[in-house]
Ligand binder design. Sequence first.
Ligand code: ADP
Length: 730
Amino acid sequence: KVADVPNLPDAFREQLHDDGIEELYPPQAEAVEAGVTRGENVVASVPTASGKTLVAQMAMLSRVAEGGTALYIVPLRALASEKAEEFRAFEAFGVDVGVSTGNYEGTSEWLAEKDVVVATSEKVDSLVRNNASWLGNVSCVVADEVHLVDDRERGPTLEVTLAKLRQLTSDLQVVALSATVGNAEVVAEWLDAELVDSDWRPIELKKGVHYGSALHFEDDDQVEVRPRSGEKPEAALVRDALEDGGSSLVFVNSRRNAEAAARRLGDTVKPFLTDDEQARCEELAAEIRDVSDTETSDDLADAVANGAAFHHAGLASEHRSLVEDAFRDRTLKAVSATPTLAAGVNTPARRVVVRDWQRYTGSGMEPLPVLEVHQMMGRAGRPGLDPYGEAVLLAKSHEDLDVLFEDYVEADPEELRSKLVAEPALRMHVLSTVASGFARSRTALVEFLRETLYAVQEEDPARLESLLDDVIRYLEQNDFVTRDGDELAATGLGHTVSRLYLDPMSAAAIVDGLKAADGKPSALGLYQLVSRTPDMYQLYLKSGDREQYTEEFYEREQEFLGAAPSEFEDARFEDWLSALKTARLMEDWASELDEDTITTRYGVGPGDVRGKTETAEWLLGAAESLATELDLGGDVVVGVREARKRVQDGVREELLDLVGVREVGRKRARRLFDAGIETRADLREAPKATVLAALGGKEKTAETILENAGRQDASMSDVSVDDAPDEVAA
Ligand code: ADP
């Protein structure tokens, strides 16, 4: 019983009581027995939606009650705000909650005032690098989705961060929350923790496979779900759930597939909507169109008007939360999603359909890991609302039917394996560990690395040291560290690279490219340079692209920075062309092409355009610091700065001054410029009627902009668009 849990603040017990939580779920009770409210380390490996969050809350609040600070580490930014929102309820009894995801630099001393801090692992890693002193007050750290230590990209940072936090703070309580994995005991061994390993769920989950006209459940139960003529099996399953009043979540393997599926699911859902629901869906569709005016936005709104939606990482974040909320409150009855939705975001459904259990990799179709499919399946069933949850995989052949039962329904999830020594992780973390002074010698590095999961799992201790020596050599060769016997120190350049959070390999590529610049580099040259680094996700070359970009390659060869590969070095040339394609997207954006044309031209979503341009902005900011650090000369620095600002605001050079005025974006700046108002100074002098006309006659906007430009009298009360020159007014 909640009442019997030791060390919880009474106010929290009351809050739980008000939320109708009197009794702990069994895995929660096990965690309490293991001492989670008495400062003990606990690893909880339990299924999705089985109440892991409450385990964390009990640990954090019991430590905060003693005057400590709790740190909650999440893998994704989107989850940081969601969790912080959840914890805000504690403010009612005086527990201050802060969230820190942004900017990698700085120590964020303001967080010292907070009792509970939610942050991504990258953010925590950077706080450790910057020696944020408040980390010393942290007495409890929670690692959410700790099974992601197995993730090539995000895993190593989480692993290193936890190891560092444990070294920094004596007596730190670690609580690690994990989906069910094959070897949770290794994680517990690594963290010196008690293990709660359970497959208990708050609501029954029926798993099965659909084939032909039947849904086969694991207990040999069968129900008929027969697709009508021309109906896809996933649509039949969604319709079947709707006939029983339940909503469905359909997992597919690509954004395109998610969008196409949502369009079709709309046709399935629409006949089930009541008039009232229909009206709500239409309101929501209008809200979606208001967020942005792109093809994706249109497609989403069209599906939503029919009661269905898609959800993927290419969506704008406002769109994403609108879809999540509307699915939770049942306005939307079916959502087709890529696996990003399965991780974290709480969106339960009566029925989960795993339509695509394979995905494209570089070399063809590959089956998804069991762990991932189980997480998707775990989204089925809403406690208190549904009688049970159903998770269904789709079989296309009779053979699939058996395979899917064996490989997913009945299979255990995979074992976790540390990815720390996968490149580029070790490079980055070794450099930052030296630069932050956390380790000042090879010996200290070895000692530190022994505290990682990798060391727990690696049977040959010599291997860790030989990998480490390779990395140290690479860092030395590129002038990032110096070595004197056992002693290691970061150079000025090494410090800059670590502070900028760059992969040393990206930094080395940027440094070489900038050094090769002859005078002021062009924006395209710089965009291509940063697109060549491992920190940028390049666009794929589709069929036909190779020819087009090879042609552009020769046309613009003199703009590239550094020695270009020859056409006969296949892999390197291909990589260079992908970087060129990515750079052309940035150049289009920085030449004021509209978003819709860009998304069509490159076959990407608006979220991708933003993702790429933001990464470019960050890498060019880093390039500017590197150029300054290395004294590469004014031309280079100016070129980099201009290219960065242009990609940041999506404008040509001539608009840079105008977009510096608050509330003036790329479109307004262009209209003002075309009306002859070319600079901030012009805004202060220009006839008001011209300004007003260029801004589409919007008085309030015009006044705000004039004020922001520093104009004394910004009032538009007596100004008329008709007084503007004809060509502007038109
Ligand atoms: P997980 O983090 O394991 O995916 P959550 O912590 O989000 O799962 O919990 C899922 C739901 O269960 C939440 O809505 C939460 O309020 C509810 N819940 C958690 N613990 C209990 C409990 N002991 N009794 C009733 N409901 C609970």
